[in-house]
Structure formats: C-alpha cells, structure tokens
Design a protein around this ligand. Structure first.
Ligand code: FES
Length: 111
C-alpha cells in the first residue's frame, strides 16, 4: 500500500484560485507544498529545491517548466523530474480535485 492511500487530505483552496500557468504555496503540516496548474492538470511538490533547499516558489514557472531562482535548475512540472541537470526529482505530494476544491495529501508520495 502506498502512502497516498493512508494520508489525510486537506482542503487548501478552490481550484479556480490556481490559474493555468500559476503556482501557489500552502502549509501542510510542517511542510510547505507547491501547487502548480499545468494546462489544467494540478501537481503538488515539496516547496524545497533538491539542490540547496531554496524555496521553489521563489523561482519561475513557464511552459510547464519550473526554474529554481538560485542556480537555475529546471524541472518538468508534470513529472517533477529535473530537466537540467538530469536525474534529480522533486518530492511529490498527492493531490485531488473534488467539487472544484484542491485537496492535498498530508504526506509525500513514495517515489
Ligand atoms: S538551490 Fe535550486 S538550483 Fe540551487
């Protein structure tokens, strides 16, 4: 059983609050979670760059690519996989949309 099946989901906002191409940060337990709307698909990641822990929300998000402001590492916002450099991965959180609300899992997915 994956962690996603046992975590609690927390209502953080309306789905209309995160427009296509936007990202917002929410407190979930002890963590900040970054919610991104990629062409109507919602994805959620720990708001911490795997390089040197700079908040990812301080970076930019364009054409489905998240760029960390500190050293310009780039990530595919759909998969969480790094583009440059390769072989890195963001910590992904479970996310669901129900009744136009964004629900975030309170613990990361096993990846
Ligand atoms: S801290 Fe994000 S690229 Fe260095």
């Amino acid at each position: 059983m994956s962690q996603a099946n046992v975590c609690k989901f927390i209502d953080v906002c309306a789905s209309d609050d995160v427009w296509i191409g936007e990202m917002l940060v929410f407190d979930v337990g002890q963590r900040e979670v970054l919610v991104m709307n990629v062409q109507g698909e919602f994805h959620a990641y720990d708001n911490v760059c795997p390089h040197q822990s700079v908040p990812l929300a301080e970076g930019s998000f364009e054409d489905g690519v998240l760029t960390c402001r500190a050293h310009q590492w780039t990530f595919d916002a759909r998969s969480g996989c790094s583009i440059n450099p390769s072989a890195e991965r963001l910590t992904k959180y479970p996310i669901r949309i129900e009744n136009n609300r964004v629900l975030l899992g309170d613990s990361p997915l096993d990846t």
